[in-house]
Ligand binder design. Structure first.
Ligand SMILES: Nc1ncnc2c1ncn2[C@@H]1O[C@H](COP(=O)(O)OP(=O)(O)OP(=O)(O)O)[C@@H](O)[C@H]1O
Length: 577
């Protein structure tokens, strides 16, 4: 079974010694359980005045139980340590896999979100997974041992096994109800978590205070919490009731069985040792029948969580093309009848777009809010794949290229930039990991972006004792990050200067477009609403109604006197005023 293999492999990788200790635990427990047998031997030896039996019984009791307890006890102590290590390994892996999901599709699809939510909710279980496996093996070994002992005490005691059947059915129903309840509570759980994050979110803090949203948020979180708990509590109530009924039935069975063996002994048909064994088993029979079933069921839940982890791993490693990305662009990038709608939506954002961006060109993408400019950038960076049509680089379908290799040849700065609260050196350096610690390299990127707001070794973010920046300063850091790779094949600038003034943007873009004359045919794609910057681009595409409304140079589009010319003139007039 793949889940068990993954689990053991993870524990083995994390700590071999402790994994071996976990495997030894069931044997220790089996040795302890066998003491009933030695106790019976000891009793019979005393009753029959048989020194050999007494000595063997005592020796086996001391050695077997002593060793068994030791193994069992030390494994229980190590279990927690191994659990912490395995939990850390899984947490790290899940964080990595989440960051590795090749596209952004999981943010759009509710079923992906639900899977991730359940995985997050039950992430703690993964730490205990190795321990759950050890407990399950231990329970099965204990069950088998007690079954053997039952036969030794009196074969009729095996009838107790029949009591396992209702327990089995109940446990199966429990599993089903709990899984259903978890699925039902995933959406409200996820939404409540989102609202909790919003309530503590720094970006939302001002509006939450201004609009007095604290009460409203608290109420909504409360309602969602109840909606999340309701199915779980309902399932737990049903489980508790049935378990109680099954326990009562079970205890009655045990009393009857012990009474039967006692009756046999009184009639002289059994030895006194068998009665001792039966009484001993009276306490252990629960172990034999219920524990393995519950352990297997519990472990089944753990495996269910592991299977969600595997689902994440499979998605993170979905094949995304295997071809190597080119070292240079010779002809250009072509969009061939590209149509796109976001996963799970019906609305076409781009419809039948065909466009050629020649090698070495600086392309400006303009259009009204919601025209699809950022979506175009997301398709070219392969955050999403086109719904229809294809994008080619020098005639090779982008979908056939290894996505990581392709992205390694891109550089980008966005309006919705990340605020990495690292040192300035690292916040910029992560834009080109190969040069993360190269201060000269990072300094040049900072200078190109006019982002020299702090020393390179200064810490960003007040939470870490560092300095907070204004939105514009943060954006300059993000821009510097987008300029850290010096020779990408495509550099995307998606409104990276929205927080800066128009003159600064002009100057920045000017210096950047000059840098596109590189020998590798680097293409610059600029998304902006500022037409003063747009005019210095080689090619301008105007997006409207999901398609290309106009395409050409600044001069050609002005001569055409269409949509672009109107927009340009209105902005120019505003500046002139
Ligand atoms: N993740 C998403 N899921 C569903 N629809 C989306 C998503 N992101 C964007 N859209 C929709 O796609 C359309 C195009 O969005 P896009 O961000 O590409 O526009 P834009 O031209 O960059 O706009 P702006 O100038 O405001 O930045 C919009 O109608 C938007 O509602």
């Amino acid at each position: 079974m793949r889940e068990i293999r993954v689990l053991v492999a993870m524990a083995w990788r994390v700590d071999r010694r402790l994994t071996l200790a976990m495997i030894a635990e069931p044997f220790g427990n089996t040795l302890v359980l066998l003491s009933g047998l030695w106790l019976a031997m000891l009793t019979n030896g005393v009753v029959q005045n048989d020194t050999r039996q007494v000595v063997t019984g005592v020796a086996a009791l001391v050695l077997g139980a002593g060793l068994g307890w030791q193994l069992d006890l030390s494994a229980s102590q190590w279990r927690m340590v191994l659990g912490e290590k395995v939990a850390h390994a899984f947490d790290t892996k899940i964080a990595r896999l989440s960051a590795e999901l090749p596209t952004l599709e999981h943010f759009e699809r509710a079923e992906y979100q639900d899977q991730l939510e359940i995985l997050r909710q039950r992430q703690g279980q993964l730490g205990n997974s190795m321990s759950a496996l050890a407990v399950t093996i231990k329970a099965i070994c204990a069950g088998l041992t007690v079954l053997v002992l039952l036969v030794v005490a009196h074969p009729a005691m095996l009838l107790l096994v029949l009591l396992a059947l209702p327990a089995l059915l109940i446990t199966k129903a429990q599993q089903r109800w709990r899984a259903q309840a978890e699925d039902q509570s995933a959406l409200p759980g996820r939404t409540a978590r989102h609202l909790r994050t919003v309530a503590q979110d720094r970006d939302a803090a001002v509006e939450i205070r201004l609009f007095g949203l604290a009460d409203n948020l608290e109420r909504r979180i409360g309602t969602l919490w109840n909606a999340q708990r309701r199915p779980i509590e309902h399932a737990e109530r049903k489980v508790a009731l049935l378990s109680l009924a099954q326990q009562v039935l079970y205890v009655i069975g045990v009393i009857a069985a012990v009474g039967f063996v006692l009756h046999q002994a009184i009639q002289g048909r059994s030895a006194l040792g068998d009665v001792v064994l039966a009484i001993y088993l009276g306490q252990q029979v629960q172990t034999a029948v219920i524990w393995p079933i519950q352990a297997v069921a519990g472990f089944g839940r753990t495996l269910h969580t592991v299977s969600r982890f595997l689902w994440l791993a499979d998605h993170a490693h979905t094949a995304t093309g295997a071809g190597g990305a080119p070292e240079q662009i010779v002809e250009g990038i072509r969009l061939e009848n590209v149509s796109f709608r976001y996963p799970g939506t019906d609305k076409w954002v781009l419809r039948d777009v065909s466009l050629t961006i020649p090698a070495g060109a600086a392309l400006a993408v303009v259009g009204a809010n919601g025209a699809g400019k950022t979506t175009l950038v997301k398709l070219l960076t392969r955050m999403y794949e086109p719904t229809e049509g294809r994008i080619t680089v020098d005639g090779v379908d982008l979908a056939d290229l290894d996505v990581h290799e392709w992205r390694a040849r891109l550089a980008a700065a966005f309006q919705d930039f990340a605020r990495f609260e690292f040192t300035v050196q690292q916040a910029v350096g992560v834009g080109d990991l190969e040069h993360l610690d190269d201060t000269g390299h990072v300094r040049r990127a900072i200078t190109r972006a006019s982002a020299d707001v702090l020393d390179q070794d200064a810490q960003l973010g007040t939470s870490w004792g560092g300095t907070d920046l204004s939105t514009g300063q943060w954006q300059r850091i993000a821009l510097a990050r987008g300029l850290a790779r010096t020779t990408p094949l495509v550099r995307f600038l998606d409104e990276p200067t929205a927080s800066l003034d128009a003159f600064t943007e002009d100057a920045l873009f000017d210096s950047m477009t000059r840098a596109t004359d590189g020998a590798n045919g680097m293409i610059t794609i600029l998304v902006t609403h500022r037409f003063s910057t747009v005019r210095s681009a080689d090619l301008i595409v105007v997006l409207a109604d999901g398609g290309v409304a106009e395409l050409g140079s600044h001069r050609a589009l002005l001569d055409r006197n269409g949509r672009y010319a109107r927009l340009y003139r209105s902005q120019a007039a505003a500046f002139a005023d």
